[in-house]
Design a protein around this ligand. Structure first.
Ligand code: 8YV
Length: 319
């Protein structure tokens, strides 16, 4: 008997074809967002769940999952939406999809940097709304990216690709992480043991760290004060790393010249302050949204399922 797999969102066609071939999938062709109750009901008799970050598998939800569930194979690299301790407590294996989305997310990060620095949002609006009437040497002047210092919080897989792409703009890379990386991974990036050490070196600041209680509101008012005046902040990790009120105040005062954001607290109902500001470049959590990457994420989630049901340790086990 092929194991029953609850798939919470519509996945790429090729991934769903493979699911149909190897499993008895419960698909969601309308891509409707399930409530926790619907998810729990849909999991009845299933051996596995393939969720996205849009499903919150809190301790409460995991406690209520049917006993049949043995693995949660996430279609995401981030797993902050899953309570790992609760899963461990119930003997449920949890996996993620690392590596395959590093390029796409790094590309998006570069877009955020360029979009924020060159005032892409303002410019686009002017053209689209027919308000672009003139040109002058002082019109739409932004910040140059080339040759600037980029500080990266979290020089993991995505952070290292962003650093590599940023070197194409002759940027000088600085980073903070829990530990200094070996030189082969640093590729010349300058390590700073604390965020406080890093921030004064950041003309641009990019977040690529994991959402944990320790990184929550990491960018707060005190730390923003340590940035050079006119710094640019970008975030393609998780919204929780930013104190929204503090960043919005800094964007208003000009302390932070611009922000490029793809992730937010309380998505998609984000802090309204971001929408009102001209100096924000805002994307709707699309870091990994390329055809190639979404296929690869699906295959990676299925590789983890295949390994698990073949009695092997899934490569990307996080709990
Ligand atoms: C995904 C992401 O689109 O993988 C992640 O952690 O944040 C995104 O790139 C999303 O999580 C898919 O579930």
């Amino acid at each position: 008997m092929k194991p029953v797999v609850l798939v919470t969102r519509k996945l790429p066609d090729a991934v769903e074809d493979r699911l149909r071939r190897d499993y008895q999938p419960r698909l969601n062709p309308d891509d409707r967002l399930y409530s926790s109750d619907e998810l729990i009901a849909g999991a009845a008799g299933a051996a596995a769940i393939v969720p996205c970050h849009t499903e919150r598998l809190s301790a409460e939800v995991i406690t209520r999952l049917p006993d049949s569930i043995r693995i949660i194979a996430n279609f995401s690299v981030g797993f902050d939406h899953v309570d790992l301790e609760a899963a461990k407590g119930r003997g449920i294996v949890v996996t993620n999809t690392p590596e395959v989305l590093s390029d796409a997310t790094a590309e998006l990060t570069i877009l955020l940097m360029l979009g924020a620095a060159r005032r892409a949002s303002e410019g686009e609006r002017l053209v689209r709304t027919r308000q672009w009437r003139d040109w002058s040497p002082s019109f739409m002047v932004g910040t140059q990216v080339t040759g600037k210092r980029l500080g990266i919080v979290g020089l993991g897989r995505v952070g290292r690709v962003t650093a590599r792409r940023a070197r194409g703009f002759d940027m000088e890379i600085h980073y903070h992480d829990l530990h200094r990386l070996p030189p082969i991974q640093e590729e010349g990036a300058v390590f700073h043991p604390t965020p406080e050490d890093l921030l004064p070196h950041c003309d641009f600041l990019a977040f690529h760290c994991v959402a944990t209680p320790q990184t929550r509101k990491m960018l707060n008012a005190e730390r923003i004060a340590l940035l050079p005046d006119g710094a640019i902040v970008v975030n393609a990790s998780r919204g929780t790393v930013i104190d929204d009120e503090a960043l919005i105040a800094a964007l208003k005062s000009g302390k932070v010249a611009a922000a490029g954001l793809d992730v937010y607290n309380n998505e998609p109902d984000i802090h309204p302050g971001y929408r009102e500001l001209p100096n924000t470049f805002l994307m709707p959590h699309i870091g990994s949204a390329t055809r190639e990457t979404r296929d690869a994420m699906g295959y990676r989630a299925l590789d983890n399922l295949d390994a698990f049901f073949a009695g092997r340790k899934p490569a990307d086990r996080v709990a």
